[in-house]
Design a protein around this ligand. Structure first.
Ligand code: DC
Length: 244
């Protein structure tokens, strides 16, 4: 498939809502950004929203077990996004926190606080608003199952846990005192939190296409996705197979 010319016709004639779910380190962010750029779509990183809320909770010293304190915090929360090429920046109290939320501590806090119903409900509305005009690639844990159950195309990415941990290790900001073993242990804890929580647990939607990214690079994953999207549009329906 000639992806360049097909990309344009795909994005112009068929505004789609595409969801990409999966665990940490599966490659969702790189793949989602590349796919959004190829289609000329906006990109939503829902994990960044949970991380921003976690950051604000830590910075303001909120006891998130205290339902009332959490609710007051969310009502007053001044969180906004500023679009930039192929993504967005996150502002809390007008301050840019885009890089500050990328630490292992914030990742773990995000995983813990994201199980709170008040936080999930708060961000549900934010995310649905961002997806209402389609032409969006969104990534997270519950994009295809809870936030956008009627999405046009759903993918679920996974990879071997050792490969996922080593990818995450390469991404942590310089100066962070964490070993590969620390990252691997935290990642498995987060996997457990994210898959076992009662509300919106991480799982593949029944109609999602499963892609194992253990030994395929991001460019190739995106090529496969583009082929799938093109054939889905041409056939007017999804392939029967759940894997590509
Ligand atoms: O994608 P990430 O690693 O930046 O996400 C950080 C945490 O946020 C993740 O461990 C669980 C939570 N999260 C969630 O509960 N639902 C989402 N849609 C995205 C992230």
């Amino acid at each position: 498939m000639n992806t360049d010319s097909t990309d344009n016709s795909l994005s112009m004639t068929n505004p789609l809502l595409i969801t990409i779910d999966g665990p940490a380190g599966a490659g969702k962010t790189t793949v989602s950004r590349l796919l959004a750029a190829r289609l000329g779509y906006r990109y939503l990183d829902s994990g960044a929203l949970y991380r921003s809320v976690a950051y604000s909770i830590i910075a303001d010293g909120i006891d998130f077990e205290d339902t009332e304190a959490l609710s007051t915090h969310l009502n007053r929360l001044d969180l906004s996004t500023r679009a930039e090429q192929n993504g967005f920046r996150l502002l809390w109290n007008k301050r840019d926190i885009t890089e500050l939320i990328r630490t292992p501590e914030i990742a773990m806090t995000a995983s813990v606080v994201s199980a709170r119903p008040a936080i999930r409900n708060f961000l549900l509305a934010v995310q649905r608003e961002m997806g209402k005009n389609k032409s969006l690639v969104c990534e997270g844990r519950d994009m295809g199952t809870v936030i956008f159950p009627d999405a046009d195309i759903k993918f679920y990415l996974d990879a071997d846990p050792r490969v996922r941990a080593s990818r995450r290790y390469k991404e942590i900001p310089q100066g962070t005192a964490a070993t590969l073993e620390d990252i691997s242990r935290d990642m498995l804890r987060r996997d457990k939190n994210d898959t076992q929580r009662p509300i919106a647990p991480l799982k593949a939607s029944e109609d999602a296409i499963l892609i194992d990214c253990t030994s395929i690079d991001s460019e190739n994953v995106v090529n496969q996705m583009m082929d799938f999207i093109a054939s889905t549009i041409q056939n007017g329906s999804r392939k029967l197979s759940r894997t590509i």
